[in-house]
Write a protein that binds this ligand. Sequence first.
Ligand code: MN
Length: 151
Amino acid sequence: MTDKPSIHRPRIPGGHWQNVDLLAYKQVGSAPFRDVTRQVLFDDPALGCELRYFEVAAGGHSTLERHEHVHAVMILRGHGRCLVGEEVFAVAEQDLIHIPGMTWHQFRAAEDAALGFLCMVNSTRDRPRLPSEEDLALLRRQPDVAYFIRT
Ligand code: MN
């Protein structure tokens, strides 16, 4: 997005907005994920935070990761499930999800529907960390978590 976003950016059907670039979720090969796009909706430095929109295609998933910064998430479109800490939740439109710092998290779209969500973060934030084999072993002690996570 440019430094000076236009005041009004109408919605374009299909999970897009005028003058908002459709970006890759992450650099391919930098972390495991499947079929995720990223759009930065608000990032004026005066805010101190950014509002992004991520869309996970049907059957896709975000990276299993954790970091010091917090995520404030609102599901905008579709449905799916997410892992936060050691719990897996079914999530649907307009649900709110708070992801505390240093908490493992991953989003998965349903097999038959995309999952689109808003995600607010601090402008200045640490880089996401991926789980080690030891972290994965700990997570996998819980059968529902073991079944859910994708790496
Ligand atoms: Mn994250």
